[in-house]
Write a new protein. Structure first.
Length: 225
């Protein structure tokens, strides 16, 4: 089975959970599936519904749009709670992809590796689009509608492959590093000084002013892992 991060994610919408379950059941044992990935950078807060890491193929960021979604001469639309609202899922997922890619590349664990292939796609599990549908920034192979859900894992793999744009696919080792970075696993260590400082601050709070003099505390050297 594909590696899941987290193993049991909590979803706010049924559409995201259904898409996640299809990929969970269809991806390979060397792939990694991340859900509900949040990132804050200097420009905004980003949220990736799903990120698929596939060695030998690429990294694919997916935006899931449930309900009724369509596209007309004015752009993308989604109906929710009886109201139509404009959306831009392609711009949304593309911006998130760039933010995640930059975040991973800046991490020391990436260690100046070469850029690898990152792509993006949009999943509309309840809405239909013609097989010849396309916009300038959304080719049909990067849009996965209701009729594409039966072979979604294969389509996602092909989406990532066609989005390589000349970049090399990530190796298994690349995927391991990216997964560790995006999962937020930065090790820190227990600091005995934090406990002692808190106890001293509590003693200061409980001791009447002037009944005891200030005793400087000598911080202990603590190794870092």
């Amino acid at each position: 089975m594909v590696r899941l991060v987290p193993e049991q994610p909590t979803f706010t919408t049924a559409s995201e959970q259904e898409v996640w379950a299809r990929l969970r059941d269809g991806l390979g044992p060397e792939d990694v599936l991340l859900a509900n990935l949040r990132l804050t950078d200097e420009t905004k807060d980003h949220e990736a519904d799903l990120v698929v890491l596939m060695p030998g193929v690429g990294v694919l960021v997916l935006e899931v749009k449930g309900g009724s979604v369509w596209h007309d001469e004015e752009g993308w639309w989604q109906r929710g709670r009886g109201q139509d609202r404009p959306i831009d899922p392609v711009q949304q997922v593309r911006t998130t992809k760039y933010a995640l890619r930059t975040y991973a590349a800046r991490d020391a664990r990436w260690n100046n590796r070469n850029h690898v292939a990152w792509g993006h796609g949009v999943v509309t599990p309840y809405s239909d689009f013609p097989t010849d549908f396309a916009t300038t920034d959304c080719p049909r192979w990067s849009l996965h509608d209701r009729h594409d859900q039966g072979d979604l894992a294969a389509r996602v793999r092909e989406n990532a492959r066609r989005a390589q744009q000349g970049k090399p696919p990530p190796t298994f080792d690349d995927i391991e590093v990216i997964a560790e970075i995006l999962a937020g696993r930065m090790r820190t260590s227990y600091d005995v000084n934090a406990d002692s400082d808190e106890r001293a601050a509590e003693a200061d709070r409980l001791t009447p002013s002037g009944l005891r003099g200030h005793v400087p505390r000598v911080r202990q050297a603590v190794g870092r892992s």
